[in-house]
Design a protein around this ligand. Structure first.
Ligand code: TXA
Ligand code: MG
Length: 369
């Protein structure tokens, strides 16, 4: 039986909490993307999440807490320690101070902070690392589910491993519908890309492990320090990556995807030839994802330069990064289902704020599998 989409009524929240108590994963809306939740202290529930997603166990999960469970503000760290999620005392004073400021400024919201783990957190949640990733989602249904469960919830995005993240309850059913009981409906995700994952160096400098819904510039401003962006990439089996979110291929459509070297209007004759050559033999059907600006103009330019006729969609006709981020995964999904032989994507034109996350997701959606 396919998963049922439940309105987030008090009764349905109770049913969802009961499923979690039985160790059955539940689809949970957040402001970034939909998650697949289990009680963080329940190794069986967490194991079920890995199984449902077909996720390798070296890739750790984010622990989600609510404002009722962990006071907002600079005291968040102490509250997380009392909740047996983190061992903040092993963080240096500078890192503690910065963590407190970041939590006070960005929680609840799309920021995940990596801390030394509390021994009570199951190994499976942390992928065997001695750190744990924590975030306080802003979505009221996520908060209500955490409170109904009465426990922090470990939740990855509710997609099959490596695939496009879901931003509606319907997407979750399409991804995992035959494997889970229900999804709480929280509407369309307001941010549309996942949280920014940040670890703190001993001096409190932020290391951006995954760009996301909170811009690096805003994080630097609040931290009062420059950030760094670890670039270590890991291919294939072997040592665990610093953050498995750095794996090269992710967010992959079922069709091959190619990132254009420039916008369609700016394609050089050589680029145009190379783009036409990305089509498989006999393939003619092309889809084009425009990040910013007019879809028709881009489709016309692509036809003129390559002779290819593309089903085209723009993430934001008006050039608004927030709108583009909100549409990114759902439009990728839509283009993927057109049956095109190849998906083309224009590059992200923004170099700050949400631009980092959009560029990162496009690059990884197009990465060789
Ligand atoms: O917005 C989000 O973060 C969504 C919603 C559901 O909250 N969740 C999400 O989870 O994107 P997931 O599992 O798809 O991505 C979690 C990322 C992975 O890249 C993982 O490697 C990283 O967080 N991560 C988790 N624990 C970590 C740790 N202890 N150290 C470094 N990276 C960690
Ligand atoms: Mg994910």
């Amino acid at each position: 039986m396919p998963a049922r989409i439940l309105e987030p009524t008090a009764e349905n929240l109770r049913r969802a909490a009961e499923a979690l108590a039985r160790g059955e994963p539940v689809g949970m809306p957040t402001e970034t993307v939909y998650g697949l939740a289990a009680r963080a202290f329940d190794p069986h529930g967490v194991a079920a999440v890995f199984a449902v997603k077909e996720r390798p166990t070296f890739d750790p999960l984010i622990v989600h807490v609510s404002p009722a469970m962990v006071a907002r503000g600079p005291g968040a760290l102490e509250a997380l320690e009392r909740a047996a999620v983190v061992s903040a005392s092993s963080l240096g004073e500078d890192a503690r101070a910065v963590a407190g400021r970041l939590a006070a400024e960005f929680w609840p919201g799309p920021l995940t902070l990596v801390f030394p783990r509390h021994p009570a957190i199951p190994d499976l949640v942390t992928g065997g690392l001695d750190t744990v990733a924590v975030r306080m989602p802003r979505h009221p249904v996520a908060q209500a589910l955490i409170d109904a469960a009465g426990a922090p919830l470990a939740a990855p995005s509710a997609n099959r491993y490596g695939r496009i993240s879901p931003t509606t309850a319907r997407d979750v059913v399409d991804e995992l519908g035959d494997r889970i009981g229900f999804v709480l409906d929280g509407g369309r995700c307001e941010v549309g890309v996942e949280s920014t994952v940040v670890a703190l160096d001993p001096d409190g400098s932020p290391a951006i492990l995954r760009p996301g819904g909170t811009g690096a510039e805003a994080i630097e401003r609040v931290a009062g320090r420059r950030s760094r962006r670890p670039t270590a990439r890991v291919h294939g089996p072997g040592a665990a990556p610093a953050s498995p979110g750095l794996l090269e291929s992710h967010y992959a459509p079922s069709r091959p995807m190619v990132l254009l070297p420039s916008r369609a209007v700016d394609l050089s004759p050589d680029d145009a030839t190379a783009v036409a050559a990305t089509l498989p033999p006999g393939g003619r059907r092309v889809a084009l994802l425009v990040v910013s600006g007019d879809a028709l103009a881009a489709a016309d330019a692509l036809r003129e330069r390559t002779g290819l006729e593309a089903t085209t969609i723009s993430l934001s006709a008006s050039g608004d990064p927030e709108e583009a981020a909100r549409h990114l995964f759902s439009f990728l999904r839509a283009l993927d289902s057109t049956g095109a032989d190849v998906l083309l994507a224009e590059p992200c034109p923004w170099r700050e704020g949400l631009g980092h996350a959009i560029a990162d997701r496009l690059a990884r959606a197009a990465a060789r599998r």
